[in-house]
Design a protein around this ligand. Sequence first.
Ligand code: GLV
Length: 329
Amino acid sequence: MVQIMSKPSILVARAIFPEVLQSLSQVFEVESNQADEVWSASELTRRMQGKVGALTTGSDRIDAALLQANPQLKIVANMAVGYNNFDLPAMTAAGVVASNTPDVLTETTADFGFALLMATARRVTESEHYLRAGLWTKWSYDMFAGAEVHGSTIGILGMGRIGQGIARRAAHGFGMHVIYHNRSRLSAEMEADCKARYVSKAELLNTADHVMLVMPYSAESHHTIGAAELAQMKPTATLVNIARGGIVDDAALALALREKRIAAAGLDVFEDEPKVHPDLLTVPNVVLTPHIASSSIPTRLAMANLAADNLISFFTKGKSLTPLNTIAQ
Ligand code: GLV
């Protein structure tokens, strides 16, 4: 007698590449949000009913209430390296595997950190707005004169894989002096590879010409950069955040930019995104992008594939590929 096994049911909470959805459909019964509607927490909880797995993005919160309403859930694969949308202790307590997408986005995200740094220091978007507004009538000696990038000092807060990618670009490509601060110090070999010198947070803020934020968001990293830290930075310094909203106090930053207490900032992430603090929208010396640091087509495809492969591997081989927690099987 042929036994017909039904496919496990999963939820794909946001729109993803159709070809990735196609691979998932070979293994799973898939409910997907290809219309890319913004689901509320209660809608996400409702859609999760009966699903044993889910593919989420950073905007989908997996918390104790959702887990309690969905005791059948076994794994949630995040299509992001950051996972502050997961209540990881609650997932572990509920026996739900959590996975993310490390490594595949490291270099692309580091590239974008550099793009924001260059645009911020060299006033690329501010000068483009000026030109588009028809205000450019003559060359002048100090027009949009910005800060130097090559040969300057970059201070990297958070020195994981992406931080190291930024450091290598800075040291080897731009001849910059690299200083960093992190919860743990890199090995001597890694420091040599990145040409990076470990310093205290205070020294980093005091001496860096460009401060780059690349640490994960957690309760401890909330408002790592607030009014007090901005006051420690040089008035000529720039700040770039490609990490997470909430690491910077956006209201304090907008004020510091308006009062020229630092020269400029480049932000890819925001405290209440996709809402942006209204004061940031009115200061000229800030470059604003909508959380796109990992967004090259090959990298976003690799992230979607890795998230999908985490689900496929879990259900076909009993093990996800890049788990964030350990669940007794
Ligand atoms: C993007 O922000 C990510 O965490 O992958």
